[in-house]
Design a protein around this ligand. Structure first.
Ligand code: AMP
Length: 286
């Protein structure tokens, strides 16, 4: 496994791999690697002949009052986590090389950037799209692997790859969870023991929506209302949003007559957590 720090060296490596006609599979991360990330790396191992993992806490996707400074960073530990897997390159650039003084180009999706997480994190997806576009240009992967855990992010990236004609196939992997259902997240490390317990409310809300659908409920507003009620019942949690949307477009739905996604975000103490679940229309896929 080789650690590449400088963007131009990553680009040179990519060019050599392309010349040798090797298929590149890429996993972008912000580090603090956990089993969710590792599942993406395993998927990348299957898809490509060369696996590249990037570790970069992207300053442009954090708002001024968010957790950029305290986001966990430990490259040595991350490299240890993936050394048993088949990773050829770890790309870990410095922010000053990715966004040097004078940097001025940003990407924005007119319909998707300001919904859901974008509403409470203004500018977040502008930063995400911009860094992912840069990473895709540096690594030029045949496959880029993302987690369903960040459903809106994945939808935005799929749209960007399509809109801007990147020669990369976006591959999604299911959310990896703790045994009690909590979605793995680098931010779970911030939770105090009572908050860790309270954080289960996100999964509880999603399970409730799924159960209501199984009982025949097909009104997205009622499903969202039920999720909001579930989060409200947890004193340590504060709801950001709970919504049900078309899983393909993230547009609002009048009725659950196609595959939908239930999305929930809440602060637990000072930590903001997100989760989601796909909802099949009643009577289908069950
Ligand atoms: P992050 O380091 O949090 O920016 O995430 C990097 C990638 O890992 C993204 O594609 C995430 O969607 C994915 N990811 C994060 N948590 C999980 C999880 N629990 N299961 C599967 N993938 C995940």
């Amino acid at each position: 496994m080789e650690i590449v720090r400088r963007p131009h060296l990553m680009q040179q490596t990519t060019q050599d791999l392309k010349r040798d006609k090797l298929k590149i599979a890429f996993v972008p991360t912000m580090g603090a690697l956990h089993a969710g990330h590792l599942s993406l790396v395993r998927k990348a191992n299957q898809l490509g002949q060369v696996t590249v993992v990037s570790i970069f806490v992207n300053p442009t996707q954090f708002g001024p009052n968010e957790d950029f400074e305290r986001y966990p960073r430990d490259l040595g530990r991350d490299v240890d986590e993936i050394k048993e897997l088949d990773v050829d390159y770890v790309f870990a650039p410095d922010p000053s090389d990715m966004f040097p003084g004078g940097y001025g180009t940003f990407l924005y999706n007119d319909t998707l950037s300001d919904r859901f997480c974008g509403r409470s994190r203004p500018g977040h997806f502008r930063g995400v799209l911009t860094v992912v576009a840069k990473l895709l240009n540096l690594v030029r992967p045949d496959f880029a692997v993302f987690g369903q855990k960040d459903f809106q992010q994945a939808a935005l990236i799929k749209r960007m790859v399509q809109d801007l004609n990147f020669l990369t196939e976006v591959v999604l992997c299911p959310t990896v969870r703790e045994s009690d259902g909590l979605a793995l997240s680098s931010r779970n490390a911030f939770l105090k023991p009572d908050e860790r317990q309270a954080a289960l409310v996100l999964k509880r809300a999603l399970d409730l929506a799924e159960a209501r659908v199984a009982d025949g409920e097909d009104d997205p507003d009622k499903l969202a209302e039920a999720m909001r009620g579930a989060v409200a019942a947890e004193p340590l949690a504060r709801l950001d949003y709970a919504e049900v949307a078309d899983a393909a477009t993230l547009d609002p739905l009048d009725r659950l007559d196609r595959r939908a996604v239930a999305l929930v975000a809440a602060w637990v103490g000072a930590t903001r957590l997100i989760d989601n679940a796909l909802l099949e229309p009643p009577g289908e896929g069950r």
